[in-house]
Design a protein around this ligand. Structure first.
Ligand SMILES: Nc1ncnc2c1ncn2[C@@H]1O[C@H](COP(=O)(O)OP(=O)(O)OP(=O)(O)O)[C@@H](O)[C@H]1O
Ligand SMILES: [Mg+2]
Length: 248
């Protein structure tokens, strides 16, 4: 694939300082994700997956290294600069949802679209489409606290996609879901990927990883494997169950 990378990390490092003790969480990651690519990031608990994608979305500061987003240097931005860039370009699904508690499900999903400049009608239509795809149409008026963990997680995915972001960063979006809801989430990811959405997905789920074009494995904060998956180009609406083959 060619063209400007949607996101690029160059020798990215994160060392947390907790009580004076340095904790190296990401140790020199080089990663380039091109437009339309679907990259899965896997690795054991504590290997730095969340830390890495938080940095790629500007939600956590780097210790050293570079981050480029859509061709522009991003790691040197201020917090407000990042916030503006994120609003326009990045959709983020957190491992632990982060929905706005005192807003309805519908408002949670529409907000990023409105902030990104969509008209109220466009925001509503996008919200109806996304909640419908995720089997949540009848929960639109509910408060997040009245939803199950799995429902909240699906709302978080709808919210991240509301703005049709240049880059979707998703941290374990199927982590709390049963198999049917996992299927709904994977089907939607497959569909938006088929429409050209660039996706970086952290997952422990083999089915989710098997949908990606590429699987990147982290261990102790470093990339230990970065392999393209055979039959990489998939049809719009392609299913999660496709047989795939891992290449070195
Ligand atoms: N805010 C923090 N302060 C200090 N150390 C942290 C912080 N967040 C993460 N760490 C440490 O950084 C390392 C990487 O954590 P991270 O959350 O990125 O792992 P992960 O791969 O996402 O794990 P999981 O699969 O459990 O979500 C771990 O050793 C963790 O304890
Ligand atoms: Mg994590």
């Amino acid at each position: 694939m060619s063209g400007t990378p949607v996101v690029k990390a160059v020798n990215l490092v994160k060392v947390y300082q907790t009580g004076g003790l340095p904790v190296p969480a990401v140790r020199g990651v080089d990663l380039t994700v091109r437009a339309g690519e679907f990259v899965a990031i896997t690795g054991p608990s504590g290997s730095g997956k969340s830390t890495l994608i938080h940095m790629l979305g500007g939600l956590d500061t780097r210790t050293s290294g570079e981050i480029w987003l859509d061709g522009k240097r991003a790691d040197t931005l201020s917090e407000s600069g990042w916030a503006l860039l994120r609003r326009r370009k990045v959709g983020f699904v957190f491992q632990f949802f982060n929905l706005v508690a005192n807003m309805t499900v519908a408002d949670n999903v529409e907000l990023p679209a409105l902030l990104g400049g969509a008209s109220p009608r466009q925001a509503r239509e996008r919200r109806e489409y996304l909640l419908g795809e995720l089997g949540l149409a009848d929960r639109a008026g509910a408060a997040p606290a009245r939803l199950s963990g799995g429902e909240q997680q699906r709302v978080a995915l709808a919210r991240a996609l509301a703005n049709q972001p240049t880059l979707l960063l998703a941290d374990e979006p199927t982590g709390n879901l049963d198999s049917r809801n996992t299927r709904d989430v994977l089907r939607l990811l497959g569909r938006v990927h088929g429409q050209g959405q660039t996706i970086v997905l952290v997952t422990h789920d083999a089915r989710a990883a098997s949908m990606a074009d590429r699987v990147v494995s982290l261990l102790d904060g470093q990339i230990v494997d970065d392999g393209a998956i055979g039959s990489a180009r998939r049809r719009p609406g392609g299913t999660a169950g496709d047989v795939v083959e891992l290449r070195g």
